[in-house]
Every structure is written in C-alpha cells, then in structure tokens.
Design a protein around this ligand. Sequence first.
Ligand code: GLY
Length: 409
Amino acid sequence: MKTNLFLVVLILVLRWSIFLAPIEAGEIDVDKSVSLIAKKLAAFDQSHADKTAFPNEAKGAEWSTVPAKDWVAGFYPGAMWYVYEFAERHHWADQTVWKQRADLWTTSMTQEQFNTSHHDLGFMMFDCFGHGYRLTREPRYKDVLLQSAKSLSSRFLSSVGMIRSWGKVTDMTNYRVIIDNMMNLELLMWAANNGGSAANDGSSADLAKIAISHANRAMVEFFRPDNSTYHVVEFDPTTGAVKRKRTSQGKADESCWSRGQTWAIYGFAYMYEATHDKKYLDQSIKAADYYLAHLPADHVPPADFNSDLTALEFKDSSAAAIATCAFFRISRVCDDAAVKARFSKAAIESLAAITSKPYFSDSADKASALVYQARNYHTDPNHRLTNTSLIWGDYYLMEALLAYDASKP
Ligand code: GLY
C-alpha cells in the first residue's frame, strides 16, 4: 500500500516537474514547422488557377477566398516571402520556386496601392511588397510601397491626429479608429525613410509626422489604467474629441480583445524600433505585461481576456502568434539585458506552444498549420468566427519561426 502511494506521488511529481520545466530551445523544430506551413501554402497555389482570389479563413481543409482589396489578402503572398527567405537561408533546392510564387501573388495585389477606402494598406502591402523589396531590392516593389503609403496618408485628419480606420474620408459625423491601426505605421515610417511623400503633396517628413502623431494619440486614448486596450475609439472629426470607446470584435466595450492587445504590443515595439523614443517601448512592455499576466498556462489566450469561455474552441492562437513576433521584437530592440532575456523567454515559450499540439496541426483536414484561431469573440464554437483557420495565423507563425531561427547562436 505504502509502495503504491509512493509511486503515485513520484509520478505526480515527475509530471508536474515536466509541466513546469522551462521550454528548451531544442524543442522547437523550426525546419519541420516551416516545411509544414510551406506544404499548405503550396497546396493552395497548385490547386487554384485564379491568382486573384486570396486565402482567407477555413473551418476545414478548404480556404474561403477574398479579392485583393480585402485586408487579409497580403498575408498569403507575405507568408510565401517568408518561406522564400527561410529557403534561401537554408539553401532549399526549390527556393526559386518560392520566389516566383511569392512574386506572382504579390504582383496580383498591385492595384491596391491606390486603395483609400480603409486603413489596412499597411497590412496588405507592407506584408507582401515590403518583404519583396527587402529580399530582392526590385524597384517595382518600392514604387508600389511609396504609392501605398501616400494613399494611406490620405486618411489622416489633423483635428484627430490619427489615421481613420473605417468609413469614408468625407464623413464629418464620426471618425472610427481601431487599435489594429498601429500595425499600419510601419509602411508610413518605411516610406518616410525611402523618399515617399504624403497625400496632398506632403513631404517624407510628413509621413513620419503622421505615424508619430497617430502613435502618440493611441497611447492616450486606447489604454485603460491596467494597460489593457480598447478596440475602437470614435472621435468627432470636427473637434477631434473622443465620442465613445467600444469593441467590435471583443466580448464587451470594457473587455480586452486579445488580438487587439497583441496589435498594440507589436505596434508600439515597432514604433520604438523606428524612432528610438523610449516611451513607445515602455508602452509596448506595459501592454505585454498585461497580456502575460492574464495568459492561461498553455500560453494561448481566449479570444477575449475577459471571457469565461476558455476551452480550445474559443481560443485565438493567432493572437499568440502575433504576441510571439512582438516579444522577439522587444527582445531584439531593447538595450536592457534583463528585459531582453525576459521577452526572449516569453517568445520561446509562446512559440513552443503554437508549434505543438493541439495548436499546430499536420492534419490534411485543416487548411492552416496554426489552428484554434478566432476572428472575433463568439459564444458558439461552430460559428465561422471561432475555432477556425485564418491566413494571418500562418503568416505571423512564419514570422516568429524566422525570428527564432535568426536568434539562434
Ligand atoms: N485587423 C483586423 C483583425 O485583427 O481582425
């Protein structure tokens, strides 16, 4: 009887110590993970002759598609640029095929450089043309990026001091800005440093001023005292005054939509990298600390941090992928050794979680590698908004895998 009790206690202690053990870098198989994502990306390309319909979301094996004007369109070519970058770095035999695929789908987005109907040009264009230019230096990609930045800048109104996310630029009754918009600032800052100009014949400096103005006001309006974020802030476009703070994709106006929180962590880390203004790094870290303090043991948040629905079907692993990228960025750009180490550890733990079961799937029944994503908070696990595949999940997972790969000694 005593021996049995001893064995039970021993097994429990061993299991518990395995659970608590720090995740070793060696546990993340980068090559295997990238190869699986690449296989899924290639399968879509090979089975779809129409290169103007981009993968969007999927409950099962088949992606639904969207046209180039949709905010998610750039993630598919962007993910292929990341595969090409990895393929080149590791001397894959088919690296040229990846470059051709990425170029073909990127080129298919070209006309969107003139799109002024929403704020998403940063997501759409920088995530494909930006990587294309970074990796090839082809001037045609640069030209598209500069025009895209100009188009995006046309949605800035100085009374509010932010880029309008949704709605027509002529609407003088309501001016809606969402926290996601922090991710579009990279396009503006890049263009400011590469000879771009703002709409209305503004100069390069104006593009940077717009991005900085947006970030500064976002710091004031989007954060609660505990450093959780609002999703949407509505302004009066005439006076610039705040009218209302609310959610669109989270659980409630005063709740914290988890992906929105990760857009904030990432966006402010980027703004620190671009400007070296310490207040942006501090803001990013404060938002990251909220995220980490509220994270469940498996390192993947529910779609909303204030949700009671914590089962897998209500998680958003895409938020974990974005957070992982942001943590790698904080760790790379900050000078403080302790903060660097803290965020490197957080990034590796998060990446280990999303490259393992149940979040990483090699099942042919799933369109994406990263599963259990949520577009919005939703209470029905069978609804298309939750328990789904989303193309940006695999894009940010690729970015995180590349960051990890580059950080290894
Ligand atoms: N930017 C839209 C989203 O995160 O759903």
